[in-house]
Design a protein around this ligand. Sequence first.
Ligand code: MLT
Length: 240
Amino acid sequence: VYHTPELTPNGQVPDCAIAVDVLRATSTMATVLAAGGEAVQVFSDLDQLMEVSEQWPAQKRLRAGERGGAKVAGFELGNSPLDCTPELVEGRRLFISTTNGTRALQRVQDSPAVLAAAFINRAAVVQYLLEKQPETVWIVGSGWEGSFSLEDTACAGAIAHSLVEKSQLSQDDLAGNDEVISAIALYSQWQDNLLGLFHQASHGKRLLRLECHEDLKYCASTDILDILPIQREPGVLKSQ
Ligand code: MLT
């Protein structure tokens, strides 16, 4: 099932929840773990992030804060995946709070399995689903402050498209699942030009105004990182 965080049914949890924030929180999380980061710990609240990270050894932590697409003053990092080089992140824990992506993860943190997905690690997510075969799966697109987002929906479509292909399901197996059928249609239309899609998207345009062209290019690459950020304790993701 594909949801926005606000539309996830209250009082229910799926067997597996996949949070998606292509631009850029889940792309950044996958990049940090691929670059050797020890873990990513997510917070919706900046003060709480500060309080918890204070208890972590200074040389083993990095703090990332983003609001409105921009870096929060006083934080070492904003939310650009390209800043997360192995030299910087190796062996360190990233404490991160972003406008929407970290909230989406917190919304589903009670699920028995919680993953972070973006285009860059789509194949690793699909591989996990094929191996574990969870019965109920929610893909939760972070969107922007509660609204629909093109890029997260297209990524949900990319995951579903690959899963359908690899598990040899037919179109009829999806019948009745309106959100997933439309996510696949969106992805199918743009799969060869995801950067073009990002240029049309409201958050893509916001990031372009902030000169984040290179981030958009990077986040549009598909299946480049074989990494699966998976929740180990509430709010803490490590690579599988
Ligand atoms: C978010 O969580 O809202 C985003 O990742 C924003 C961003 O592009 O930094």
